[in-house]
Design a protein. Sequence first.
Length: 183
Amino acid sequence: MRKWLLLWLGWMTGTAVGWGLSAILITALPELNAMLGLAVVGTIQWIPIRKHVQGSGIWVLVTYIAGFFGSLAGLLFLQFLNLSPDAPLGFGSNALLWAVDGAVIGLAQAFLFRPQPQNRLAWPLFSALGYAVASTISMLVRMWLDVPGLDWRASTIFGAVAGLISGAGIVWLFMQHESSGTS
């Protein structure tokens, strides 16, 4: 049980640090693409789960590429629904945008789990839920702090909440896999 707690804490901490660090980097160097921040997040997330995924660096590449397509899919989905993530109090539309992004990232990442847990397709749901809840909470934090744009504190909280939820999901998946005796 201790190894799962450590995995969950490592995932949650890594996700929080990754999102906070990426916000700091993007704020300091605005020419950096926000998607590059996702590469930072993916790199730090990879550290606690590297024994459970195939290949050493592919997690980062898959997370980065899936994040790009997830953001695009989320924006297209909002456009299809005639919603805007920038609307005043656009919590619902922003949560939808991030849920789609999280689902796409989670779907891509799920195929890297080794040796392929049978429940791995639940991972996109955990990822989507984590991103949706995290986006709503980080919007509230930005409103409370009265910062309209990117802020390292709100980004760190986004990462902590997303990591809390998705970390519980990833631990559950790996525990299910281990208890099935196929590890």
